[in-house]
Design a protein around this ligand. Structure first.
Ligand code: PLP
Length: 409
């Protein structure tokens, strides 16, 4: 009989959101009248903005005419989108990217999950903790995380982020090859200043390590001076690749478009000691395994980079951030300790003492009919915390916050 990849068997339990969905399903089956408010999964709720819809309609019409029909697109994205990304997300910030350093894809999840294919099996991986689970699980599936013992993988390096260190991770103490950073952070909603990010860029340069910078929430930054791209930090082009997405920026979670930047300077060592551009390896991988994002979707994404598109997505984001403020201030007023929610659509609250985060999940579900995400699902340092998201409507968000009164603490 054929053999399977045993590393899959080491993955603990079900994927976090599958477990949450299971608990909600069971609760709803037992309490069919419960009116649940979901401040859990990080999915957007507002529709695509008119500029995007108009561009997609036009593109669909083009696909219906022989003269303008398009078949397979370029593997790395259409010129019009790649150039719009370069101009609007980078040149406007004084960052210059070559045309072939931008790779359009169907998701940041896919990119941050697939990028590990380019690393050797024995590469040492570090993650901030708590962490977006995809970085961990994708490396675990490839055998790079070792074995899962207790609440952690024994070959992964965890950099704790908690209230005590102000959610600023310390540098790894051991040799690390690849470090995943995500700012604005999911799940904590916290950010790094340029100076704090520079510490990591300098470390990576000194240690010839790679940083995978996930900037999926960059559009939510409101604080002046917080970097929206790691390339705002000097020297980052040598050591960092950056993943971005239209999912949270422009409501594309169900439409699918994202991009990853891999500067030519980023190089890794082959087993024969040759320095190889990661950019070339990713090109090879994408050309082999990916067929590009559909034309209408790329047209929709490009419409984000127009004056009208920008104005419209900013209004939507402002609405979500108003929800974040409602949650942050509402919970603080009720005596809870909360973090994040200023430059990210996530609020990271401390669980009332004496309870673990899954127990708080069940309590909030049962007593307030509010769904959140237990911090423990994001890694060992997430225990004792709970994530709430700003993606529901203003009315539901206000109602959810007021329901915290119902908790019997
Ligand atoms: N990166 C982070 C940190 C996320 O939280 C998410 C989605 O929740 C993603 C990436 C996924 O983005 P996409 O929808 O582009 O796959």
């Amino acid at each position: 009989m054929f053999h399977i990849n045993d590393h899959f068997l080491k993955l603990p339990g079900s994927y976090l959101f599958a477990e949450i969905a299971r608990r909600i399903r069971e609760y709803q089956a037992a309490h069919p009248d419960a009116d649940l408010i979901r401040l859990g999964i990080g999915d957007v709720t507002q529709p695509l903005v008119p500029a995007v819809i108009d561009a997609m309609h036009e593109a669909v019409d083009e696909m219906g005419k022989r003269e303008t029909f398009r078949g397979y697109g370029p593997d790395f994205g259409y010129d019009f989108l790649v150039n719009a990304i370069r101009e609007w997300d980078y040149e406007k910030r004084g960052i210059s990217l070559a045309y072939d350093e931008v790779f359009v894809s169907d998701g940041a999840k896919c990119d941050v999950g697939n990028i590990q294919e380019l690393f050797s099996d024995d590469a040492v991986i570090a993650v901030t903790d708590p962490v977006y689970p995809v970085y961990v699980d994708s490396n675990a599936m490839a055998g790079r995380a070792g074995n899962y013992k207790g609440d952690r993988w024994d070959r992964l390096v965890y950099l704790p982020c908690n209230a005590e260190n102000g959610f600023v991770p310390a540098l790894p103490e051991q040799k690390v090859d690849v470090l995943y950073l995500c700012y604005p952070n999911n799940p904590t909603g916290t950010v790094l200043t340029k100076e704090q990010l520079k510490v990591f860029v300098d470390w990576a340069r000194e240690n010839q390590a790679l940083i995978i910078y996930d900037a999926a929430y960059r559009a939510y930054i409101t604080t002046e001076g917080i970097p929206a791209s790691i390339y705002e930090v000097e020297g980052a082009r040598e050591v960092a690749i950056e993943c971005n997405s239209f999912s949270k920026t422009a409501g594309f979670t169900g439409t699918r478009c994202a991009y990853t930047v891999i500067p030519h300077e980023v190089r890794g060592l082959s087993s024969t000691g040759e320095k190889v551009e990661l950019n070339a390896l990713w090109k090879r991988r994408m050309a082999t395994k990916f067929n590009g994002v559909s034309y209408p979707v790329q047209r929709g994404a490009a419409a984000v980079y127009t004056e009208e598109g920008q104005k419209q997505i900013r209004e939507v984001i402002a609405g979500y951030m108003e929800n974040a403020r409602i949650i942050r201030e509402g919970l603080e007023a009720r005596g809870f300790t909360v973090f994040g929610g200023k430059d990210a659509p996530y609020i990271w609250m401390k669980v009332p003492s004496g309870m673990d985060s899954w127990a708080f999940f069940d309590k909030l579900l049962d007593e307030a009919h509010v769904v959140g995400t237990p911090g423990a699902g994001f890694g060992p340092s997430g225990e004792g915390y709970f994530r709430l998201t700003a993606f529901n409507t203003r009315e539901k968000t206000l109602e959810a916050v007021s329901r915290f009164e119902r908790l019997k603490l």
